[in-house]
Design a protein around this ligand. Structure first.
Ligand code: TMP
Length: 254
């Protein structure tokens, strides 16, 4: 199957050379990791669902004027994206206390935050993605002050839009992580949304029951992990035709 040059392999995705210069093929795996690779597993069908969910959310965001790397979905597990220079910063936006914020400050999970909070983490497996400040980001040259301004403005728009979109299908967007890249077009550089938006990098809780419908089911061994990803796709109205049986793609690449 692999005729194309593999550019990069991450924990949940593989990037291949695309059909035209300046494009890449993003392949979604079923592999899942947590706690900086200490916990490993497979969530059957996750790659197919995340490919579809990310396509849907990136397309909606593009319609409201948020620039993204997404071009089009190619098949069950692959999408065509623009090649960008990834900025090595994870931008986390939080609306409700959960996860590492709850741990760090002793705030019970589920406590609404007085306002949305943005955090930055430096992408480094060796260092376990340490939290960093704007000062670190600009002083070490990971992003210019203007890049960072653009990233924050885009993150807040994404938060506003996706919070409303998910609320409409009975889900609370507790927090999420975004990645950005630099895209050059005719000597001009733009910051665009990259990577993926899926239950791998969002916390989504049912509004009525607070049931977790995201990767925390895997992180915390809550069971019904596959079902949670399917439920998000179902509520978005994009569960692949044929339902869950359609979702069992090839287990490994090659
Ligand atoms: P945290 O509470 O563990 O810091 O996670 C905040 C949000 O960021 C949560 O929605 C999960 C997401 N996230 C990632 O996508 N990748 C990561 O490596 C981590 C630590 C969190």
């Amino acid at each position: 199957m692999t005729r194309r040059r593999r550019i990069y392999e991450g924990k949940a995705k593989v990037l291949f050379e695309g059909p035209e210069p300046g494009t890449l093929v993003q392949y979604f795996k079923d592999d899942a990791t947590a706690f900086n690779n200490q916990k490993k597993g497979v969530i059957t069908g996750k790659g197919v669902l995340n490919n579809r969910i990310s396509e849907y959310l990136m397309s909606r965001l593009s319609e409201i004027g948020v620039p993204t790397h997404f071009m089009r979905r190619l098949n069950m597990r692959e999408q065509l994206v623009r090649e960008v220079e990834i900025i090595p910063i994870e931008v986390v936006v939080r609306n409700v206390a959960a996860g590492s914020l709850s741990q760090r400050f002793g705030i019970p999970e589920g406590t609404p935050l007085p306002r949305s909070i943005i955090e930055y983490y430096y992408k480094s497996d060796e260092l376990s993605d340490p939290m960093v400040s704007e000062e670190h980001i600009t002083a070490f040259g990971w992003a210019a002050p203007q890049d960072l301004d653009d990233m924050v403005a885009l993150s807040l728009r994404v938060n506003d839009y996706l919070s409303g979109l998910f609320l409409g299908i009975g889900l609370r967007l507790v927090d999420f992580k975004l990645e950005f890249g630099r895209l050059w077009e005719n000597e001009e550089m733009r910051i665009v949304l990259a990577d993926e938006i899926s239950p791998d990098n969002c916390r989504l809780w049912d509004v009525k029951t607070n049931e977790k419908l995201d990767k925390d089911r895997f992180r915390q061994d809550l069971g019904r992990v596959e079902e949670a990803y399917q439920e998000v796709a179902r509520r978005l109205g994009i569960l692949p035709e044929g339902g869950p049986t359609d979702v069992k793609g090839p287990k490994t690449l090659q």
